[in-house]
Design a protein around this ligand. Structure first.
Ligand SMILES: C[S@@+](CC[C@H](N)C(=O)[O-])C[C@H]1O[C@@H](n2cnc3c(N)ncnc32)[C@H](O)[C@@H]1O
Length: 383
């Protein structure tokens, strides 16, 4: 076997192991989330009897939170129900050690025998499952409408303005890419306006959930989640923590823009290498997801057709900034604009201070709000 083949096999084995680990995180969602509630119950049980009496009502709510976890768990299980057949020609049933089936952690929440680093990783992965539930609200529920208005509408309006329906005879000839598509709502909305739109996403957590919503939900408000039940702080009322969100607010498969809409799985930088392919690239809360933002900008420039537009909205959170294993660079916005121009873009529009939230609990006492930047750039026809 050549060293290249060996490296490919190792990569495939790693991918399979990652796939199984993500599936396992969905499967352990309830156990790990229950663990947090049991911890509160245990602490209460050690308090003096008089304190326990004062917390009687709260204890009742802790029981109700467990029922919410059951509701969430049924969604979580539906999400992973058919993921083994999600990607064509890929068999995920064998893990990296050649063992069949799901990785076993030999764990229950009372008697945890997982090595601590493995437990930590599992906890981290289950938190990602919990985040996916909040992303469902952002993208596919009525409750998420105000956030979508802030984050997606400026991009959709700009696309409408650049390619007016009355002037562009067949919008399906306009190819628009949405890298870092999350659960796919922005890409779906663009396709629903007649364009050919492809969302790209590399997180299996997101891809599993978007596959479920885009392909398996066929009634409005068919399902329920309790997205804030894991938030144990900054609640004004117990009811806020119990709050349910129904989804989907539209029927993505029934109202499907059909062949003009697609999602791809994989790293944006690896999937999109063909120069001059896209008429427009739309990025929302995405460019700060790269350790090196310049790579993203150069790639967007390269894959755009001459005359093509890049429309961006979002903050500069620089997700890898505090990751010790990543070489993250964090240029502020003014430097970033210089870089964008230097790469060759013409900046057509540019606005700061755009109030935006991301998967925010509307009732929480703590509200994160970004003063995002919005800009529209064009790759010139002749360089
Ligand atoms: C902050 S989220 C924004 C999601 C969506 N655009 C929205 O506004 O709700 C960024 C998304 O980009 C994805 N992502 C980050 N780096 C990526 C890459 N190199 N290739 C593809 N997707 C990526 C992440 O998995 C995540 O879902």
């Amino acid at each position: 076997m050549s060293s290249m083949q060996a490296a490919e096999e190792i990569d495939e084995a790693k991918e399979r192991a990652h796939f199984r680990a993500v599936v396992t995180a969905f499967k352990y969602y309830k156990l790990c989330s229950l663990d947090r509630i049991h911890k509160s119950e245990k602490i209460i049980s050690t308090l003096p009897a008089s304190h326990q009496r004062r917390l009687g009502k709260y204890k009742t709510y802790l029981t109700k939170f467990k029922k919410c976890l059951d509701v969430n768990n049924s969604i979580v299980h539906m999400i992973i129900k058919d993921v083994d057949t999600m990607f064509e020609n890929v068999d995920h049933s064998v893990d990296s050690n050649g063992a069949n089936g799901t990785e076993s952690f030999g764990c229950n929440y009372n008697n945890c025998e997982i090595a601590s680093h493995k437990q930590h990783k599992m906890q981290h992965d289950v938190e990602k499952v919990q985040s996916v539930l909040k992303n469902i609200v952002r993208d596919w529920s009525e409750l998420g409408a105000p956030e979508r208005l802030q984050c997606y509408k400026p991009i959709l309006d700009e696309i409408d303005e650049r390619y007016p329906e009355e002037e562009v005879r067949n919008r399906s000839h306009i190819k628009i890419l949405v890298p870092g598509a999350g659960l796919g709502r922005l890409a779906w909305e663009i396709a629903a306006r007649g364009f050919t739109c492809q969302g790209n996403e590399f997180s299996l957590f997101m891809l599993f959930a978007s596959n479920f919503i885009l392909n398996r939900c066929d009634e409005i408000n068919q399902y329920t989640v309790h997205p804030w039940v894991h938030q144990h702080v900054n609640n004004l009322t117990c009811c806020h923590q119990l709050l349910e969100a129904r989804f989907p607010d539209v029927t993505p498969s029934a109202e499907s823009p059909g062949r003009h809409f697609s999602m791809t799985a994989g790293d944006f930088l690896k999937v999109y290498t063909e120069p001059d392919e896209w008429h427009c690239v739309a990025t929302c809360f995405f460019i700060d997801c790269a350790p090196n933002v310049i790579e993203f900008i150069e790639r967007i420039y390269s894959i755009l057709q001459p005359g093509g537009y890049w429309i961006n909205l979002g903050p500069l959170l620089y997700h890898y900034s505090d990751t010790p294993t990543e070489n993250s660079i964090e240029p502020p916005y003014d430097i970033l604009l210089d870089i964008i121009r230097d790469i060759g873009f013409d900046i057509l529009k540019e606005k700061t201070g755009v109030k935006t939230k991301y998967a925010q609990n509307p009732n929480s006492m703590m509200q994160h709000e970004y003063d995002s930047v919005f800009f529209v750039c064009r790759k010139p026809y002749c360089v």
